[in-house]
Ligand binder design. Sequence first.
Ligand code: IP8
Length: 250
Amino acid sequence: MTRILKIGGSILTDKSRPLAARPEEIDRIAAEIATRPEDLVLVHGAGSFGHIPAKRYGLPQNFSPEGLRQTHLSVARLCEMVVESLGRAGVECLPVHPLSTAMLRQGRIESFFLDPIKKMIAEGIMPVLHGDVAMDASMGASIVSGDQLIAYLAGKLQSETVAVGSNVDGVLVSGRPLAEIKRDDLVRFEDDIGTSAGVDVTGGMRGKLLELLELADRGTESVIFHAGKEGNITRALKGERVGTRIVRSK
Ligand code: IP8
């Protein structure tokens, strides 16, 4: 059974500065992933490599071919760093760029060419995807976030676990992580669940939660945890309790 791990761009990069990767963090994350890489699909956020150029060119509201090119090349560079680091850690993996595999409508994935991903998994190779720009049937082009990608892939690949590593301890209410959250709780906690620090064009924690609640409604529970704390990725991959679980409403 496939497992999906997302690592937020805020862990891999400094979201307040353009093209500011954190190579030591990338290497630490790769080493943790290398402890249990079997049947794993990795999706990473765009961080400053995506959100800063996207904002500069007014994406996705403004259709800008130059903005699409610059933003894609930038996130592809971050993906290359992640793939190279995983390779050094001994994980066989390959990049999969959503710009070349997904088609959107109104900013949502309408179709996705999954065959290469399925074949990579079958051959013991970890597909590495990332938040990206993508062509959109109604808007010309738009942005597909890593969170939308994991919710989509979890359904299509019938994943048994979905773990989302961010730069906070989970869904925080009054500064403390909830043990679990379901859609019915959302109204009560609405004011506490903010957007992320730094530049973010895809909705921060709130956007993430909405994707994962939708996934829970379809039957796949997930967990949001702090991926910046050493050992947490390894724990999450082992299925140990860490962060906030996103569960289905009764
Ligand atoms: O960091 C956003 O992906 P995310 C992708 O997963 C771009 O929200 C290009 C800004």
